[in-house]
Design a protein around this ligand. Structure first.
Ligand code: DGL
Length: 272
């Protein structure tokens, strides 16, 4: 049974994989964390494009995936058009900051966006921003170093950076003129949503794109008659989840245990 390939610069994409496994419980997934070449968010577009292309090639040629989920906002912005042009027959789903749902749900009409520098600077994000209603004001905040701190599971640094970037957003809450909705525009950030929520307060709603991406993937596979709707017959011995990383397997394994409750062993992948 062919798998769905999912990749990110590191552990962040596990927040998307978590939703994918919920939406598509009988599918096989091959997850690649490009931790050896991370973080992506403060690197130039050429680096991210080269890495996304190398991982796309690895997932298609080595694992023969039937679909690809780019579980990284930064890589989606930099590389999804190239990946689609390279594999025109492969269903490819990307992730982008949930601006539209945030605008629809905000009552104050002021929305904060936390994302990587590279995502916010990308043409794709700027186009998405321009397409939003002019009645809503978006406050953009690049969070340099936050994905890397999450990658290292460094609580002191996570706390310091979350404090700095939430404070930089300006006034938050339900009063007029305040930000009442914050978009988590990087797939690493849902893993620090408790810290962010604690700093922003209970009146602020946090939105990430994990579930919409999972739904879009399910819908796309369904429309192509390519989804698995019932448990496997048992004739296929391949595991339902494989974890690969260009960094330290231990780090991915610890994160997978914590975030997606999986005890699957992570393996080292050489992807150049
Ligand atoms: N998780 C990635 C994203 O969604 C990027 C993190 C990074 O490598 O900077 O943008």
């Amino acid at each position: 049974m062919p798998a769905i390939g999912v990749f990110d610069s590191g552990v962040g994409g596990l927040s998307v994989l978590r939703a994918l496994r919920q939406a598509l419980p009988h599918e096989r997934f091959v997850y690649v964390a490009d931790a050896g070449y991370a973080p992506y968010g403060e690197r130039d577009v050429a680096h991210v494009l080269a890495r996304a292309s190398a991982i796309g090639h690895y997932l298609v040629e080595v694992h023969h995936v039937k679909a690809l989920v780019v579980a990284c906002n930064t890589a989606t912005a930099a590389a999804i058009a190239t990946l689609r042009a390279t594999y025109p027959l492969l269903p490819i789903v990307g992730v982008e900051p949930a601006l539209k749902p945030a605008a629809a749900q905000s009552r104050t009409g002021v929305v904060g966006v936390l994302a990587t520098l590279s995502t916010l600077a990308s043409e794709k994000f700027q186009t998405l921003l321009k397409a939003q209603s002019s009645a809503v004001r978006f406050v953009l905040q690049a969070c340099d170093g936050l994905a890397a701190a999450i990658e290292r599971a460094d609580p002191a640094q996570i706390d310091a950076l979350c404090r700095r970037y939430t404070a930089a957003l300006g006034p938050v809450g339900s009063a007029p003129g305040c930000i009442d909705t914050v978009v988590l525009g990087c797939t690493h950030y849902p893993f620090v949503s408790d810290v962010l929520q604690g700093l922003l307060g209970p009146e602020v709603t946090l939105l990430d794109a994990g579930w919409p991406v999972a739904q879009r993937t399910a819908q796309l596979l369904g429309s192509l008659n390519a989804s698995v709707n019932r448990p496997d017959s048992g004739l296929d011995a391949s595991p339902l989840l494989e974890l690969w990383t260009t960094g330290e397997p231990d780090a991915l394994q610890v994160a997978a245990r914590q975030w997606i409750k999986s005890d699957v062993l992570a393996h080292k992948a050489l992807i150049e």
